[in-house]
Design a protein around this ligand. Sequence first.
Ligand SMILES: Cc1cc2nc3c(=O)[nH]c(=O)nc-3n(C[C@H](O)[C@H](O)[C@H](O)COP(=O)(O)OP(=O)(O)OC[C@H]3O[C@@H](n4cnc5c(N)ncnc54)[C@H](O)[C@@H]3O)c2cc1C
Length: 543
Amino acid sequence: MAWLFEAAAADSIFTPEKLSDEHRLIRQTAEAFVEKEVLPHLERLETKDWPFVRELVRKAAELGLIGTDVPEEYNGLALDKVSSLIVSESVGRLASWAVTFGGQTGLAITPLLCFGTAQQKGKYLPLLVSGEMIGAYALSETGSGSDALGARCRAVRHDDGSFVLRGEKMWITNGGFADFFIVFAKVDGEAFTAFLLERAFPGVSTGKEEHKMGLHGSSTVPLILQDVRVPAANVLGEVGKGHKVAFNVLNYGRFKLGAMCSGGARAVIAEAARYASERRQFGRSISEFGAIRFKLAEMTVREYAVESMLYRVAGLIDSALAGSAAGPDILSALEELAVEASIAKVAGSEMFDYIVDENVQIHGGNGFVRDYAAERHYRDARVNRIFEGTNEINRMLIPGMIARRGAVRAVEPDGTPLGAMRTASTMVLSTAVQQYGSRLGDQQEVLMFAADAIIDTFACDSVLLRSSGSRDPLHDAAASIYVTDAAARVEVAARNALAAMGENGRGKLGTLRELMNIAPVDTVPLRHQLAEAVLSRNQYPFA
Ligand SMILES: Cc1cc2nc3c(=O)[nH]c(=O)nc-3n(C[C@H](O)[C@H](O)[C@H](O)COP(=O)(O)OP(=O)(O)OC[C@H]3O[C@@H](n4cnc5c(N)ncnc54)[C@H](O)[C@@H]3O)c2cc1C
């Protein structure tokens, strides 16, 4: 979070250009797996052939892809987080598969790894890592999604220390074929607690598959618990500390969701470029039209920004971990980078939504029919803004968490556009903290504006640091376009926030106007340069 208050050096951040040979090998393995084992079987996934999906998880496990975060003693590979990011990007090429994969790795394995006892980890982790057991995570209920702690599922403690669980969970990814569930329930109606359940426990059953807008190749069902007896040894973490399990796990899930969106975005950009090159109207390829080139360039710039943030965050987590794959270390690293994880989730999902939407537009009428993948990408992507904490909840968390850590101050401008954004963001945040203090959480509109300014500031910092470390002019083009547009967005967000806090043109709003008086950049030739690179390679041109 230091990036909000001070400049960093280019060599201090990790970028895709710094991947090692081992990282490239992981990428090759993960991409080849998706290319050969997943994509050709789309129909089997979309028609919910769960035995086939189970088999896919097992095959991914054979290659080590399921256990990248898991220590070797539990049959994992204990790779760094850059490697996990690479694997998440690769699975992101097919959204349904990404969600199944994320359910197994992020939602089932991560909580167990971070909070499990040695006995729990020894019993379940090797089975999950090998894909013999499929896992799911059951937090949400009909009446409690964002308000997860409002769960009604009950656990009654018995004299022998065991618990009896009753209630119903909703929207459980992998639920239709999972063998193992991490379930949240309130002990004696009060103490929110996480439990490890097996499908084989009497009283556990799952309901019908939801008819979803997208992700037809992923299972989403209710989980029904009818007086399920759970031994005391299957409490995950501590009784009454379920919120720690639920919320800390989400930090990593959010980061990985951003990575899946990034991988998906790269595949969709390639698809858009191929279609634009082939489709002819008015006697020319539509890829020659400025309006289409603009879209291809803009898709590329937005993905470049998200990718730059993701690799930077992965590098930061790896530095915090310093080679450790131990649960408590992972937890504290993830807690430290919770702001950045929320940024990755919001920025990644909104970037991807923009890209799938413009891909449909480039496809014209063909984008609206099922014969083309553009239609499926569009439907599949929409949920990313809803799960792993809605984007509204994540937006509010971003400034809220920064404020809670204290030391919020308005940064002096340094004469650069990035410096101006930093000043504007910190001016908004420090004004809000001074004005509302502990009631800041009630000021949702101000928090949302602040989050928008902070997200763009982090994105600009990340693209500028990345591009300054490269001699390729394409990097400068992407960074320059992103910064130009982001500066305008930050100005609007900051203006709205300051006005909402009663500022006027003579005070901070006047300062903001002077601050954001940034020299205009002609982004048209820069966008042409990027569009040309995408079209000539038929793919996203970076990394
Ligand atoms: C395909 C799919 C798979 C899923 N997989 C899982 C899974 O594996 N396990 C699991 O436990 N859950 C899962 N979920 C559930 C998912 O996490 C929830 O849908 C999500 O958390 C949002 O909760 P909700 O649907 O109840 O929406 P609500 O919480 O009712 O939100 C509705 C709207 O109100 C807004 N809102 C809510 N509270 C506030 C507030 N305090 N301030 C401002 N705005 C607010 C939200 O941002 C949203 O726009 C899945 C959902 C889907 C669709």
